[in-house]
Design a protein. Structure first.
Length: 428
């Protein structure tokens, strides 16, 4: 029998209202011990909550009861809508923890129980986790799509097509000698595997959801004293990096998140690039600058020499200084981080590139774990497409199906569940 768990499921007190949830086989008994008689299922009613031992009044609160058949966790569930002071919440939780067989919930345990009961699948749970941490409109919309089952529906469509192919292969293996069973044509099976693999690979070509959550990685790079730190501070509108006329002030990467028009960016200021140096610390900084340049979604190059990689935004900086007013035709824009000249244009250029890097809201965006699952499925289908032995072909199709099952949580994925729910809050 599962434990009965409880947790504060609303924001941290003090607040106007604090919601404490109790879920499990002992939930109704715990609610009765506090509130006396419980209201009708799914009907809020005012009750006096009293300590079961001392009968001291703890609070007057709204109480709701959800029988297992209709609750979010598929277990008996009680909600206590308390006054949101810290002392009230602490007193009610203390009364609950003293009851037999009740314990505090682990992070994400309510949602985990909903998953294990079949109320939601793993991709929906991940979407809910993203929704809890969403900070931009794009993040919210992508998370809602996932939480509402978009990833699961996509996976179930692929799985249904995969099972049709597998059924043909199994019929060939088991009943090929029967007169009323038409043998599957190897070419037709190979074509079906290829078509399904292409559909799955098309989803892999969509930008990952991490771009929405973690932000577009924008690296500011160039030689020493090219204005990288000044530009970083101007873009994020605060002093995150030290600005000095002394060359080599920035010795390590400085990262700063910022949101602009609903898009999240992660800006990185880097150490100035020089061809040679005898300073071991400076060499480490330059190496890390190279890593940041390689990992950047967008490279903003502030040097007067050509950028170190194709596709960079080549920016003419310090345009307010005498002799630098003229912007060369090969630069994407000219600006002065000191006066603000050209900053809006740079943001426009960044936004235009970000659009191509972010997942489209009319398509399903997948996270890294989900992408790994469907990549495994696509690779198994490609192997099946080339396989001539029916038995080995059936095994590749089984591997593909298990990969899709891991995507939605059908397979035994206890370790995956631990990772997914570790980032949930306690009461969710």
């Amino acid at each position: 029998m599962a434990d009965t768990i409880f947790a504060l499921s609303s924001g941290a007190p003090p607040a106007a209202i604090a919601i404490v949830r109790v879920s499990g086989p002992g939930a109704f008994a715990a609610g009765t011990a506090l509130a006396g008689d419980l209201p009708e299922p799914r009907v809020a009613a005012l009750r006096a909550l009293r300590d079961p031992e001392s009968r001291t009044l703890l609070d007057r609160a709204l109480v709701l009861a959800f029988p297992a058949a209709t609750s979010a966790t598929a277990e008996d569930l009680i909600e206590l809508h308390l006054h949101g002071g810290r002392a009230v919440v602490n007193a009610v939780e203390a009364a609950l923890v003293r009851q037999a067989d009740l314990r505090r919930a682990e992070p994400g345990e309510f949602t985990r129980r909903a998953l294990l009961a079949g109320k939601i699948d793993l991709s929906e749970a991940e979407g809910l986790g993203d929704l809890l941490t969403a900070e931009t409109e794009a993040q919210r919309r992508a998370a809602i799509e996932s939480a509402e089952g978009a990833v699961g529906r996509l996976a179930e469509g692929w799985r249904a097509r995969l099972l049709e192919i597998a059924a043909q292969v199994e019929a060939e293996l088991d009943f090929s000698d029967e007169d009323d069973v038409h043998p599957a044509a190897p070419a037709a099976v190979a074509a079906a595997c290829a078509t399904l693999a292409e559909a799955i690979e098309a989803a892999l070509n969509n930008p990952p959801v991490e771009r929405l959550r973690d932000g577009i990685r924008v690296t500011l790079a160039g030689p020493p004293n090219s204005g990288k730190s000044t530009l970083l501070n101007a873009l994020i509108e605060r002093e995150a990096a030290i600005v000095s006329p002394i060359a080599g002030t920035t010795r390590d990467r400085i990262e700063a998140p910022v949101q602009r028009n609903g898009v999240a960016y992660l800006l990185t200021d880097t150490a100035g690039l020089v061809e040679r140096t005898d300073d071991p610390i400076e060499r480490i900084g330059i190496a890390r600058s190279g890593e940041a340049i390689a990992a950047a979604d967008i490279l903003v190059w502030l040097g007067d020499t050509p950028p170190p990689r194709a596709g960079a935004l080549w920016v003419h900086t310090q345009a307010d200084r005498p002799g630098r007013e003229q912007v060369s035709i090969d630069r994407d824009c000219g600006l002065s981080a000191v006066t603000g000249q050209g900053l809006d244009h740079l943001w426009e250029l960044l936004a235009s590139r970000a659009i191509a890097l972010l997942p489209r809201l009319d398509r399903v965006a997948l996270n890294r774990r989900q992408r790994d699952c469907i990549r495994d499925a696509a690779e198994a289908l490609r192997r099946a497409q080339r396989e001539v032995d029916w038995l080995l072909l059936a095994e590749e199709l089984r591997i593909a199906r298990l990969a899709l099952d891991r995507l939605t949580g059908r397979a035994d994925v206890e370790a995956v569940l631990d990772t997914v729910f570790a980032r949930f809050c306690i009461g969710k």
